[in-house]
Design a protein around this ligand. Sequence first.
Ligand SMILES: Cc1cc2nc3c(=O)[nH]c(=O)nc-3n(C[C@H](O)[C@H](O)[C@H](O)COP(=O)(O)OP(=O)(O)OC[C@H]3O[C@@H](n4cnc5c(N)ncnc54)[C@H](O)[C@@H]3O)c2cc1C
Length: 416
Amino acid sequence: MSIQHTEKPACAAVIGGGPAGLMAAEALVAGGIRVDVYERMPSVGRKFLMAGKGGLNLTHSEESGLFLSRYGARGERIQPMLEAFGAGALREWATGLGVETFVGSSGRIFPAEMKAAPLLRAWLHRLREAGVQFHVRHRWLGWTESGGLRFDTPHGVKTHRADAVVLALGGGSWPSLGTDAGWVSVLEQRGVRVAPLRPANCGFDIGWSEHFRNKFAGQPLKSVVASFTDASGTRLRQQGECIVTDAGIEGGLAYALSAPLRDAIDANGSALLHLDLLPDRELSRIEQDIAHPRGSRSLSSHLQSRLGLRGVKAGLLREVVRGRDFESPTLLAGAIKDLPLRLVAARPIDEAISTAGGVAFDDLDDRLMLRALPGVFCAGEMLDWEAPTGGYLLTACFATGRAAGSGAASWLDSAN
Ligand SMILES: Cc1cc2nc3c(=O)[nH]c(=O)nc-3n(C[C@H](O)[C@H](O)[C@H](O)COP(=O)(O)OP(=O)(O)OC[C@H]3O[C@@H](n4cnc5c(N)ncnc54)[C@H](O)[C@@H]3O)c2cc1C
C-alpha cells in the first residue's frame, strides 16, 4: 500500500476495538498522533466484556520465566513486549483507571469487581478525552488501489486515509462478538503469511452413549487429574475440573491441555486423555476398598460408600470400563486412577475461547510492522501465538497492542 505522509499531526487508523486495538490507540495518542478507531460492531470491546462475565482474569502473578513459558515457542518473540508491558505494568495501568486488582488463590489476577465493564468504561472515557475518535459499524474490507482504507458502513462503502494503520482484528473464535477472521484473505492477498487459525482453549468431542449424555451432560467432573503423553513422550498432568457436554468435555482442565490434545488429534485422528477420578487416594488403597467384603450391597453402593464414587464419576466409569473389569478390584482400581478417554475432535473454532495461528511473526519486524506493507502494524490475538487461560491471553493482547501502537508512533515520527 502507499502511505501518504502529511504535515503533523500524523493520523493513524486502529482497526478493531478490542483490548489490543484500544491499547494501540492509547500508545499512539500518547505519541502525539491523531487516532481513529474503526470497529465493525455497534460498540467496541465486546469480547473483552464477555471475558468479564465469568470473572475477568486480567493477568497472572507467577514469576516471569514461568509466565513466558505459557507462550511456548512464541515466548521469545513476545518476551520484549512483556518486558515493556507485562503483568506488573498492567496492574498499575488498571489502577490508573481507578480499578484495583487482587491476586486470587490460584495466582490469577482479577479486578476487584471481577468485571470488565468498569475498566472499559473508564478507559474509553480517557481515550475520548485524549482525542481518540471512534467509528463503530465500520467493517474494514481492505485497501483501495491507491492505499485508502475501505469500510462497509451503514451509509455504504466509505474510504478513509491514514498515515499508519494498526490492525487488531482478533482471532476467529466467537464470531458473534465481531471476530469473523475476514482479514485472513485480505492480508494473504497482500503477500502476508497467516498460519491457519485453529481452536485454542477449546472443548473436545468424545462421542458419549445416549444414556450417559442424557444423564450427565452439563455436570462438572471435579476434582480430577488429567494426563496426556504428547508426541515427544512428555507426560503432561493437570489437576482441576471439566464439564461433561453433549459432545464430550470442556472447561478449565480441557482448555489447559487443549493445545497438545488438538495437535495430537490433527496428527493421529484422536488423542487419549487419562483421568484420575480419585487423585487424593492411592491406587493400593482403592483396590483394598473395592476388595473389602460388601455383603448384599450392590457394587455401585459399595463404591459410593467406600470411595465416595457417585454421580457423574460413577457414570463415567460405567461408560468407559468394560463390564467384566468391574469384577476385578485390580482392573477397576486401575481404571479409577487412569481412565482412558478417546478424544476424536476439537470443538469448532467458533466455540473456542481463543485462536491459535495468525499473522506469522517472521513477516513482522520488531515493532510489529508488516514487512510486506510498511506502515501497517498488527497486534493481539490475530498474531500467530497461543496461550492457555490464566490471564495470559489478555496480557499478550495488551502488550502487543502497546508495542504496535508505540511502533507505529515511532515509525510515523521517523517518516515525517
Ligand atoms: C468467553 C471468553 C472468556 C474469556 N476470558 C478471558 C480471561 O478471563 N482472560 C484472558 O486473558 N482472556 C480471556 N478471553 C480471551 C480474550 O478476551 C481475547 O484474547 C482478547 O479479547 C483478544 O483481544 P484482541 O484485541 O486481540 O481481539 P478482540 O477482543 O477479539 O477484538 C477484535 C475486534 O476487532 C473487530 N473486528 C474484527 N474484524 C473487523 C473488521 N473487518 N473491521 C472492523 N472491526 C473488526 C471485532 O469486532 C472486535 O471488536 C476470553 C475469551 C472468551 C471468548
